[in-house]
Write a protein that binds this ligand. Structure first.
Ligand SMILES: *Cc1c(COP(=O)(O)O)cnc(C)c1O
Length: 226
């Protein structure tokens, strides 16, 4: 399948999910996750109309960005080690994985301009998943105002690896409620208007539950040749 064909299917699914939830398709941003594919396949995605590219490792982001540069908006979606911040900070438009104060401090030290961040929340309770526990999110975001470079545009989560629709919906709904609570505070450093949730296997449910940014890898740029 070409990326263009995959993209048509995804756009159809987005349309259906939006109709069901009475939402506008313009409010959904597709982030093409290219971590498993080549630069060529990434360029194919961009040529097909994908404007946002997500990578989960600094090396992957930098090597692609070197060839593609400003033809895309760059999202860092993976766990970010503090010592890698200086390598990626000038090359990303959004960081989806802000999950600890030490990382905020390092970002702030390395970047004077404001950088758009999603605060990552662990909604599944799985130890292996990164992100703050839900109870920690309010205090964390409040404290982030000490770091003028950090601009919190939203919350991000990775849903648990299950097929149970009820579990997925509950997860996404929790994140949406949390996002709304923070939005109500009207923090100038944390407008928190977006929700980064939904991947290849659950993005339609995520959209029905309020996702604004969906991160799609396999369904967009796959199937992968192993
Ligand atoms: C890999 C990855 C995705 C995309 O996963 P697919 O299931 O291939 O769509 C989304 N978000 C994060 C954080 C990822 O690491």
């Amino acid at each position: 399948m070409t990326v263009a064909e995959n993209l048509v299917n995804i756009q159809n699914n987005i349309r259906k999910a939006c109709e069901k939830a009475n939402r506008k398709i313009e409010d959904i941003t597709i982030i093409g996750v290219t971590k498993y594919v080549s630069i060529e396949r990434t360029i194919e995605a961009i040529d097909s109309g994908v404007k946002h590219i997500g990578e989960n490792r600094p090396e992957g982001l930098l090597s692609k960005k070197e060839s593609i540069a400003n033809e895309a908006i760059w999202h860092f979606i993976g766990t970010l080690q503090s010592r890698k911040v200086k390598d990626v900070i000038d090359h990303v438009d959004y960081i989806h994985s802000l999950d600890r104060m030490s990382l905020a401090k390092e970002i702030n030290k390395r970047q004077e301009k404001k950088i758009n961040c999603f605060v990552q929340v662990n909604t599944s309770g799985e130890q292996s998943k990164h992100g703050l526990n839900e109870e920690e999110v309010h205090a964390f975001i409040q404290q982030l105002k000490e770091y003028p470079s950090i601009h919190v545009v939203g919350l991000m989560t990775m849903a648990p690896h299950v097929t149970d629709e009820t579990v997925l919906r509950t997860t996404f709904r929790k994140l949406k409620l949390l996002k709304e609570e923070i939005e109500e505070q009207q923090y100038s450093h944390a407008p928190c208007q977006y929700l980064s949730m939904g991947m290849s296997n659950d993005y339609m449910i995520a959209i029905e539950e309020g996702a604004t940014h969906i991160r799609i890898g396999s369904e967009l740029v796959g199937p992968y040749e192993e």
